[in-house]
Design a protein around this ligand. Structure first.
Ligand SMILES: NC(=O)c1ccc[n+]([C@@H]2O[C@H](COP(=O)([O-])OP(=O)(O)OC[C@H]3O[C@@H](n4cnc5c(N)ncnc54)[C@H](O)[C@@H]3O)[C@@H](O)[C@H]2O)c1
Length: 418
């Protein structure tokens, strides 16, 4: 124990989870906690036995920590933590995902790192899962052959999708994609200031070497279903929110959050299967900060790698805005803030899926389906057998709410029959 002194900004749920993980990390010791919220700070201090502060600047001035970990939400742009931490002599700044909500904020973060020289780590700690160690061994032995297809599925973009894109990049060698074609949705999350909006993305990416990636971030991700112990669809499975499948010419490999990971290569009669344990990743990631500082072993969660993932997601948004396939160089796939706002508008005024319509009407998804089936709400299927979508403006009709109330009250009423 002992070693590097860590100051944590943010005593929220995640700040406290990280503080506990530092306790399990060799050579790292949390010495201070800061939060504007007095109740949260007091609760954190009761548990941690460290010094507490309500003011970030004061914590830095008094503690002069080696590591500053800002566990705050992205609606507070993260670049603002860089200068103060650098001035206080910190050796590393750790931040959370997503690195930004708007493209410009990500650029400001990179510029702050460049200007101050303070190395930034993004807490994409899944890079320290045993799955990725084994992946590297398999790749070193060329066990999977040429990788040609990856399927990646999870929930919203601003939540788990930044972790997932980070894993996609990790298995594909941290190269940016060379092409993307995507659709976007998810206007129902616009009320949440911490969300990247739109929050749903369905994209095909092409990576160097022609590797295709089907990337799903949304409410109905397919996920892994065909390996033992991995269950069925991701959608509706509580806590099972991420999966990654990688196909090579001589083998396949998969990883699923809160499920299993494993692989099967040529000549193996059975797949190798292990349970995923997220708890292992965080302490290893924190411990690796010390290894980075002492031995120069590059940390796997450096900002420059997270930037590639963020840009890949943003490139997906740009493709969705223009409705066509875009090709690299990746910089040209970035989105301006004006384009960003245009996409938000486009999605907000476009079609809503059943979940979004239910949120807007404040009824259940089953109720929206009933309204569509009864012809009281006009549903559309862009192609046969895909989920229904509805025009947002049709939800404003007063008759619709009356119809929903009638169904709620058990009325058998159908369209036109009262
Ligand atoms: N890496 C992971 O595995 C993982 C998991 C969950 C969440 N997260 C990320 O962690 C981040 C934080 O999540 P959370 O749920 O703990 O957020 P939160 O909003 O509950 O907690 C943040 C805390 O920071 C405090 N704060 C903000 N600005 C401050 C300032 N200037 N001075 C002092 N205190 C300040 C707030 O008062 C709040 O208590 C999010 O970006 C989230 O996406 C990461």
């Amino acid at each position: 124990m002992g070693g590097y002194r860590v100051a944590i900004l943010g005593a929220g749920q995640q700040g406290m989870a990280h503080a506990r993980a530092y306790r399990d990390s060799a050579n790292m010791a949390v010495v201070a906690l800061c939060d504007l919220d007095r109740d949260r700070l007091d609760a954190g201090l009761r548990e941690l036995d460290v010094r507490g502060y309500a003011d970030f600047g004061e914590m830095l001035a008094r503690e002069q920590p080696d590591v500053v970990h800002a566990v705050t939400v992205p609606s507070i742009p993260r670049a603002q933590w860089v200068q103060p931490a650098a001035r206080a002599g910190a050796k590393v700044l750790v931040i959370e995902k997503p690195i930004a909500l708007r493209p410009k904020e990500a650029a400001e973060l990179a510029a702050a790192q460049e200007t101050t020289g303070l190395p930034i780590i993004v807490n994409h700690q899944r890079r320290y899962l045993p799955f990725l160690d084994r992946w590297e061994e398999l790749q070193a032995g060329d066990a999977l052959g040429d990788i040609h297809f990856v399927r990646a599925a999870t929930d919203g973009v601003s939540d788990m999708a930044t972790h997932l894109m980070d894993l996609v990049l990790a298995v594909l060698g941290d190269q940016p994609p060379v092409a993307v074609w995507a659709t976007a949705g998810g206007a129902c999350e616009y009320h949440d200031p911490t969300r990247l909006c739109p929050d749903n993305l369905l994209a095909t990416y092409t990576f160097p070497g022609g590797v295709r990636v089907l990337f799903e971030a949304g409410t109905t991700p397919l996920g892994t279903s065909d390996f033992p112990g991995t269950g069925g669809r991701l959608a509706g499975v509580p806590g099972s929110v991420m999966s990654l499948d990688v196909w090579g010419t001589r083998g396949r490999c998969w990883w699923r959050e809160r499920g299993s990971w494993g692989y099967q290569t040529e000549g193996m009669a059975q797949p190798h299967i292990e349970q995923t344990s997220l708890g292992q990743a965080m302490p290893r990631s924190f411990q690796s900060i010390a290894e980075w500082l002492e031995r120069g072993t590059p940390h796997r969660c450096r900002l420059d790698l997270a930037q590639v993932g963020f840009q890949a997601l943003i490139a997906g948004y740009r493709s969705a805005l223009y409705g066509r396939r875009l090709e690299a160089p990746i910089d040209s796939l970035e989105l301006t803030d004006a384009e960003w706002e245009a996409l938000r508008e486009q999605v907000a005024h476009g079609w809503l899926d059943v979940r979004e319509a239910a949120a807007e009407l404040a009824v259940s998804e089953a109720m929206v389906c009933q309204l569509i089936e009864r012809g009281q709400l006009q549903g559309h299927q862009p192609v046969p057998y895909v989920p229904w979508v509805v025009r947002q403006e049709t939800l404003a009709a007063p008759a619709l709410r009356a119809a929903a109330q009638a169904i709620e009250a058990g009325s058998p009423a159908r369209n036109g029959s009262g």
